[in-house]
Design a protein. Structure first.
Length: 140
C-alpha cells in the first residue's frame, strides 16, 4: 500500500507547502508548477532530487558525482545558472554558497525587475536641446 506524504493532503486541500516539491520531473512550489522538464537535464535533476531527499534544507553539499575532465565547481555553477535561467515561473532560485561545494535554494517574493529600456530623459532642458540633432536647411 503506497504511503501518502503530508504534502499530498496539502495539495488536495488547496494548501501549498512551505517548501518546493520535486516529483514526476515537475518542480512544484506554492501550488504552482515552476518547471516541467521535457528533456533530460541530469545535473539539475540530481540537485533537485538531493534537495527533495533532504527536505529542502537551505543548503546541501554538492550532489553531483565527479566527471573526468570537468571542474566540479564550474559544473555546479553551470547547473545553477541553467536552472535559474530556464524557470517557467520564477518563484525560487538556486544559489551557491561561494565555495563551489554547496548548493541551496531561496524563495523569491516577486519577479525581479528588468533593466530599463532606455536611460531616463533629462526633462530640465527643452526638447530641442535634449535631442541635439541637426536639422537640414534647404539648399538654394
Amino acid at each position: 500500500m503506497p504511503t501518502k506524504k503530508p504534502s499530498d493532503d496539502n495539495h488536495r486541500n488547496g494548501k501549498s507547502p512551505s517548501h518546493p516539491e520535486w516529483r514526476g520531473r515537475i518542480l512544484w512550489f506554492r501550488g504552482r508548477a515552476l518547471k516541467r522538464f521535457g528533456r533530460p537535464a541530469p545535473d539539475v535533476e540530481l540537485i533537485l532530487e538531493a534537495l527533495q531527499e533532504q527536505n529542502w534544507i537551505p543548503f546541501i553539499d554538492d550532489p553531483l558525482p565527479p566527471k573526468p575532465g570537468r571542474d566540479p565547481k564550474h559544473r555546479l555553477h553551470r547547473a545553477i545558472q541553467n536552472f535559474n535561467g530556464r524557470l517557467d515561473l520564477p518563484l525560487l532560485r538556486l544559489r551557491g554558497d561561494g565555495t563551489g561545494t554547496r548548493v541551496g535554494w531561496l524563495p523569491v517574493s516577486s519577479t525581479p525587475l528588468s533593466k530599463p529600456l532606455s536611460k531616463p530623459t533629462d526633462t530640465s532642458q527643452p526638447l530641442d536641446k535634449r535631442r541635439r540633432t541637426r536639422t537640414m536647411r534647404p539648399s538654394h
